[in-house]
Design a protein around this ligand. Structure first.
Ligand SMILES: *Cc1c(COP(=O)(O)O)cnc(C)c1O
Length: 846
């Protein structure tokens, strides 16, 4: 029997406290120190010990305390002023209003999980927290963005350990009325799930000015099975998955229409939301009368796909029978056969028509795609290169936008105060020059912050550990040792991430004697704080976790190694602020970006990491350490052994000595120089507004422009593009570079070179192609490295001949071995990316 919620937050609150409720209902409070101070005043103990949860806290507050607050004029004034400030901030012009004049009016952002606050547990880890930061950044920039997701009634699990250190999952049921959610009356979304018509209602969360709508099928009138579609995040098997993803993609597009929101760009954040493209195609066919090919060209420019994982097992794949069951109506409406639909998700190199890969479909239907760090962009081009078999890997149309984190959310109070003082209160958006002043902050001020944060962490860990052991069945006297675990003066290394085997949480456990020597050194000890969840279905991950927990309970080291259960946003914030070193040792290049190390960096925590994800791009010796990785070693076990040895060496010879080298005042000056450089140099690079500005400038704006263009005049240009693509594809086999000649003979630095290419175009016109001169230094095999491209100019053809000449010139920029080649690609002003057709012709090499 289902519980019925009969009360809401507002009914309990005295009139005077209405502003308090308004502030609590907007999830922007997490990054607003004044709002946090306000809630701490309400009930300091609950706030500090149970973790921040304004709505939950107000709901559980005694009527007496509420009356007391309502009668406290200074408190009411504080609440009113925070509320007024919030209201003002909702329509103050920001970067987007002040600096942008373009086509973009609205972005629809779709993700399967959102990590906004621990009190709204609708996320499992990095992907969701990144989505949360995307919304916070959109708020800061004033970007008109509407987010869409699902409301999971059980959220993600709370982690507990049993007596044997084996992970237990608890899925507490969530009640929307006790969360920072409002129902959206009068709006119902209907979707078709294998022939059943399923209704969904919407819940709305607000992050500053950004609305997030969550679809929920647990409504009267749906069958029991359909009510359970939104029961759990990533719960159930593959069929639950496809049902959730249809609700998110197809239901999500319908929800936006019902709300009157018409995005210029649809951002598909990981394949889970990919089905939204099929709904957009269906509408273009059914409502606008286009053919499938035309509909595809019409919707494509407005679809951005971001891929988040280089681990093939992390990608959704569905068997044919599921696609048939759930999309036969769609096929009928769109006039497509099942085989044609299967082809859209066909993974090269696998049998035809058997498996539907959602990432492949998203790549096939997106106007642009990107990975989440420079390195991951390259890995994705290799991983998905098979979709464009004639293109060199470098030309595969998958770009990169490196993730960022929301600085105000993840920077500790103490550090934020110092940054306010040294850089100014707009430090999260300050440019690199202004950040540089942080390198000159007095050592003692920085050390005071580091010390306070470490002390706070130690207190937090002791409380959590104690509570965890009590739930594992230990008695109070058995757990008294918890009160003395960790030492607030000892070098503290943090490691918190999902327990997946490629993240290698047990790398240092491979040599326990050597690890013990590090931990137990008399003069220069080291301590570890470790956290993370294993996926509920992942017994290998749980085994790794158990190994860590076992080690952390061994009597001689248990005061130096602590596993903190239930890693979530609150625990993360304390860890990222309080440790000295943030350790990350994945098997490169399987970490797409990683963001926890960025959060640590804002707090002056030094990264010690394999050069994977973002660290590959932003590492410099002044700001942290790079763990050498032995990628050439194909045997994983041996590779792990080599990398563990490198990590030990780094810790023993560099990290530990630097931390304990003190000057006459007891300050670790060398360490602090690194801390200051870390904050000053990484600070301006890893903010989420930097990431979002890149999305706006490189993707959202140009895509909106192209989309408006292609859809104008009854989709005239979409129709034309289909005809043009067909003509070019048919003719392309005849296109060839037949000769390349040069004049000028650049042999001294500064000399120019004139290149003429003769190109056979077959039936195509010169305007159908672009010809480029690609040039740059070459390696020993004459492979071009770091290619620069110059567009060549059409210089005519002999009468009636399909042979045309193009000319171009270049000046080698460096002395040394140098080379060039000529590339011909299709070109059309409505073509989002030259590589989209996968057609290219190169000058023959000799
Ligand atoms: C930032 C964050 C993550 C992601 O960190 P990674 O470095 O990508 O592993 C996971 N969980 C929480 C709670 C976070 O705040």
């Amino acid at each position: 029997m289902k519980a019925v919620q009969t009360y809401t937050v507002v009914s309990h609150l005295p009139e005077e406290l209405a502003p308090l409720r308004e502030v609590a209902m907007n999830l922007g409070w997490l990054s607003d120190e004044r709002a946090r101070d306000l809630f701490r005043r309400v009930d300091r103990d609950t706030w500090d010990h149970d973790g921040p949860d304004p709505v939950g806290m107000l709901l559980r507050l005694s009527q007496a305390r509420l009356a007391e607050l309502a009668a406290d004029a200074s408190f009411v004034a504080h609440a009113t002023s925070v509320r007024d400030e919030l209201v003002r901030s909702l329509d103050t012009p920001r970067w987007f209003q002040l600096h942008h004049e373009g086509q973009l009016r609205s972005v629809g952002y779709f993700a399967a999980e959102y990590g906004i606050a621990a009190s709204l547990p609708q996320y499992s880890g990095g992907l969701g927290v990144l989505a949360g930061d995307h919304l916070r950044a959109a708020n800061d920039l004033g970007l008109p963005l509407t987010a869409v997701g699902l409301f999971y009634h059980h959220g993600y699990f709370r982690q507990e350990l049993d007596r044997y250190g084996w992970q237990q999952e608890r899925f507490p049921r969530l009640h929307p009325a006790t969360l920072a959610l409002e129902s959206v009356p009068d709006i119902r979304v209907t979707i078709d799930l294998a022939g059943a018509s399923v209704q969904a209602v919407l819940w709305k969360a607000q992050v500053g000015r950004i609305p997030l709508y969550l679809l929920d099928t647990d409504v009267e009138g749906n069958s029991d099975a359909d009510r359970l579609v939104t029961d759990r995040l990533y719960g159930g098997g593959v069929e639950t998955r496809i049902r959730q993803e249809i609700l998110l993609g197809i239901g999500g597009v319908r929800a936006l229409s019902e709300l009157g929101v018409t995005p210029d760009v649809f951002h598909i954040n990981e394949g889970h939301a990919g089905f939204l493209a099929l709904e957009r195609i269906r509408r273009a066919i059914v409502d606008d009368g286009l053919t499938f090919d035309e509909a595809r060209e019409a919707i494509r420019p407005a679809g951005l796909f971001t891929t988040h994982t280089p681990v093939p097992a992390g990608i959704d794949r569905f068997p044919r029978d599921l696609i048939e069951r759930y999309f036969s109506t769609w096929c009928r409406e769109c006039g497509l056969s099942l085989d044609e639909l299967m082809q859209l998700g066909h993974e090269p190199g696998t049998p035809d028509g058997e498996v539907f890969n959602l990432a492949v479909m998203s790549l096939n239907l997106a106007g642009a795609s990107n990975g989440v760090s420079l390195l991951h962009g390259g890995v994705s081009r290799r991983l998905f290169g098979g979709l464009w078999p004639s293109l060199p890997t470098d030309d595969v149309p998958i770009g990169a936008v490196t993730n960022g984190v929301h600085a105000r959310t993840w920077t500790s109070r103490a550090m934020a105060d110092l940054l306010d003082r040294e850089i100014g209160s707009d430090w999260p958006e300050a440019d690199p020059d202004r950040w540089r002043v942080f390198e000159d902050v007095p050592d003692r001020d920085v050390w005071a912050v580091r010390t306070a944060n470490r002390e706070h962490l130690v207190g937090f860990v002791r409380r959590r550990l104690r509570a965890s052991l009590l739930t594992r069945g230990h008695t109070a006297s058995e757990v008294s040792w918890c009160d003395s675990v960790l030492d607030p003066t000892v070098l503290t290394i943090g490691f918190a991430r999902r327990f997946a085997s490629y993240k290698r949480a047990t790398l240092l456990l491979s040599d326990r004697d050597r690890l013990r020597r590090l931990l137990l050194d008399e003069a220069r000890p080291v301590q570890f704080v470790i956290a993370g969840k294993a996926h509920p279905e992942d017994n290998v991950g749980k085994g790794i976790l158990q190994e860590v927990v076992d080690f952390a309970t061994e009597l001689d080291v248990r005061h130096r190694v602590v596993f903190v259960p239930d890693y979530e946003i609150n625990a993360g914030r304390v860890l990222y602020a309080g440790v000295d070193v943030w350790l990350n040792n994945p098997r490169r290049p399987l970490e797409a970006c990683g963001t926890s190390g960025m959060k640590a960096a804002y707090n002056g925590v030094l990264n010690c990491s394999v050069l994977d994800g973002w660290w590959d791009e932003l590492y410099q010796p002044e700001v942290g350490w790079a763990i050498p990785s032995a990628e050439w070693e194909e045997d994983d076990a041996h590779r792990d052994q080599l990398e563990a040895a490198e990590l030990f060496k780094l810790l023993e010879t560099q990290v530990v000595p630097l931390f304990y080298q003190r000057d006459a005042d007891g300050l670790p000056t060398g360490w602090l120089a690194k801390v200051k450089a870390c904050v000053a140099r990484l600070g301006p690079e890893v903010e989420s507004t930097r990431m979002l500005r890149e999305y706006v400038e490189r993707y959202y704006e140009p895509m909106a422009l192209r989309s408006v263009h292609v859809r104008a005049d009854g989709d005239a240009r979409a129709r034309q593009l289909v005809r043009w693509k067909r003509r070019v594809s048919v003719a392309w086999p005849e296109v060839a570079v037949t000769a390349v000649t040069e004049a000028g003979g650049a042999h001294e630095l500064g000399d120019g070179l004139e290149v003429t290419a003769t190109i056979d175009l077959g039936p195509l016109d010169p305007s159908d192609v672009e010809v480029q001169l690609l040039h740059g230094p070459v390696d020993l095999d004459d492979e071009l490295r770091s290619v620069a491209a110059t567009t060549m100019t059409h210089a005519g053809a002999d009468d009636d001949s399909p042979r045309h000449r193009w000319v171009g010139s270049l000046v080698p920029g460096h002395a040394g071995e140098f080379g060039y080649t000529v590339r011909v690609t299709p070109a059309h002003e409505d073509l989002p990316h030259f590589a989209e057709l996968g057609l290219v012709a190169f000058a023959p090499s000799h």
